[in-house]
Design a protein around this ligand. Structure first.
Ligand code: CA
Length: 495
């Protein structure tokens, strides 16, 4: 095996200040686990995943994986399987259980010191939501002068393009689907109603919200989107100071970064995610230095817009092809996990990613039943109705738990390292040039992370006080560390 000697000596500057931790907004770093409740764990044998099932799997999430927070995809009453079209913002869908089930879940999570955030879909409601039905009725009966719901949505008498038709004189905006009419978020009553619903869930004990589709709130105005988010953030934080709010802005990187001006805590980092994102792309091209520099630039851009901004790295979510489909071998799956789980911010793991579940194409295929134990049907959910993908029956959580080299145990190991070194989540990030493009290296205070993306062993010269293996082998001889191909280490730098 070819060995490349890296001769560049790192000049180690003693960091005179370690006080980069924030004095206000002190936030316990979290690793979040995203759950599609319907496909996670069925507690009562009806084939539908439920909130009680999530509660029964808290040990798995907290101890077998190590996540400290959960993001539940929508749990409100809804006519669809995915529930992104809400009928009632202050109730639980009967498929998932009862309000008591929810309260039991959030109570147990709080006892365990775990954070729960829920999906909050503000851009649109269901077309069956009472507000929309009342508005339609009022328009039909010419009562809009006394029915305020007429102003809750964006109705027009002529189609301005892309609107859905009620009749020849009435059209409405529904950017995603005719059954998802866009709410008029300029309307003060709508805003206040939604805010009251947010407070309702905060009172129940949730940590905060994942806000769906934030770039679509006002499709024609980036500034209005930011202003709305800023209003929502201010109101929520006034109510619960340590609430956590993360937005989905599935958009270009510069738009996402600029939206940090809204002061909500986080946005998902789409630029680095998915098959086409920086992590996988640079990993496959073995461009570690390039990736580290990108991350540093992104961190600087985020902090310039909001000094308290928290990046949210992820590989895949419920809208993306599952990562095990393009990270086709275990080593690549482990390396991608090592990279994104050791980045600054709050990482988000999509349920099943940790056992290399697959699924791509139509959305239903990306949201398949969690594979717990192939030897028993206990807890298994039915797949979404239109799913076409057949899952690999070799994969299961039970098998993964038993195998010390499994992807799941790797996730657990990396998360435990992350949780042991808070600087990884919150320290100022600096890309390190070790003189080799294939090495990703970063410093956060006195913590250095190095990933060797190449197929060759590499030598790294760092005066290490302590070295922790993230994955793979290394040798440390007189300040020269030999890092095996596709291996990762964490170094505590000698100060
Ligand atoms: Ca059930």
């Amino acid at each position: 095996m070819k060995k490349v000697i890296i001769t560049s000596l790192l000049t180690i500057l003693l960091l005179t200040s370690c006080t980069t931790q924030r004095s206000q907004h002190v936030e316990v770093p979290s690793v979040y686990y995203e759950i599609f409740v319907a496909s996670f764990y069925d507690s009562d044998g009806d084939g539908m995943g439920d909130l009680e099932g999530v509660r029964q799997k808290l040990d798995y999430i907290q101890h077998d994986l190590g996540a400290t927070g959960i993001w539940l995809m929508p749990i409100h009453p809804s006519p669809t399987y995915h529930k992104y079209d809400v009928l009632d913002y202050e109730d639980i869908d009967k498929d998932y259980g009862t309000m008591e089930d929810f309260e039991r879940l959030v109570e147990e999570m709080n006892e365990r010191d775990m954070d729960l955030i829920i999906d909050f879909v503000l851009n649109h409601s269901s077309s069956k939501h009472p507000w929309f039905l009342k508005a339609l009725d009022a328009y039909e009966n010419d009562q809009c002068d006394v029915v305020e719901e007429c102003e809750f949505y964006n109705f027009e008498t002529r189609n301005p393009g892309g609107y859905h038709k009620v009749n020849d004189n009435l059209y409405y905006e529904g950017g995603f689907w005719s059954e998802m009419p866009d709410l008029n978020l300029h309307n003060e009553t709508v805003r206040n109603n939604l805010l009251e619903s947010a407070k309702f869930w905060l009172d129940k004990g949730v940590k905060g919200f994942r806000l769906d589709a934030t770039t679509h709130f006002f499709d024609d105005s980036h500034e209005d989107n930011i202003a709305f988010l800023n209003w929502f953030n201010t109101e929520v934080k006034n109510y619960k100071e340590d609430a956590y709010i993360i937005g989905e802005a599935w958009s270009g990187q510069s738009i996402i970064e600029d939206m940090y001006r809204s002061e909500i805590d986080s946005f998902f980092n789409f630029a680095n995610a998915q098959n086409s994102g920086n992590i996988v792309k640079d990993m496959q091209k073995q461009k570690g230095l390039t990736l580290a520099k990108r991350i540093e630039q992104q961190q600087n851009n985020i902090k310039a817009k909001n000094e308290h901004g928290i990046d949210a790295p992820f590989l895949s979510n419920h809208d993306n092809n599952r990562s095990a489909g393009y990270l086709v071998n275990l080593e690549d799956q482990k390396l991608a996990a090592s990279i994104y789980l050791l980045l600054p911010g709050n990482p988000f793991i999509y349920y099943g990613e940790e056992v290399a579940m697959k699924g791509s194409g139509i959305d239903e295929n990306k949201r398949l039943p969690m594979l717990w134990d192939k030897e028993t049907s206990k807890g298994y959910t039915k797949p979404p109705q239109d799913a076409t993908y057949t899952q690999d029956d070799q994969i299961s959580v039970k098998n993964a738990l038993k195998n010390k080299d499994s992807l799941l145990n790797h996730y657990k190991h990396v998360i435990s390292i992350r949780n042991s070194y808070p600087d990884i989540a919150r320290g100022a990030f600096e890309a390190l040039d070790l003189g080799d493009e294939s090495l990703f290296a970063s410093r956060q205070n006195n913590i250095i992370v190095v990933h060797n993306l190449s197929d060759d062993a590499k030598l790294v010269e760092i005066d290490a006080d302590k070295i922790v293996s993230v994955h793979g082998d290394y040798k440390n001889k007189k300040g020269t560390i030999t890092l095996e191909p596709k291996s990762s280490i964490l170094i505590e730098e000698r100060q």
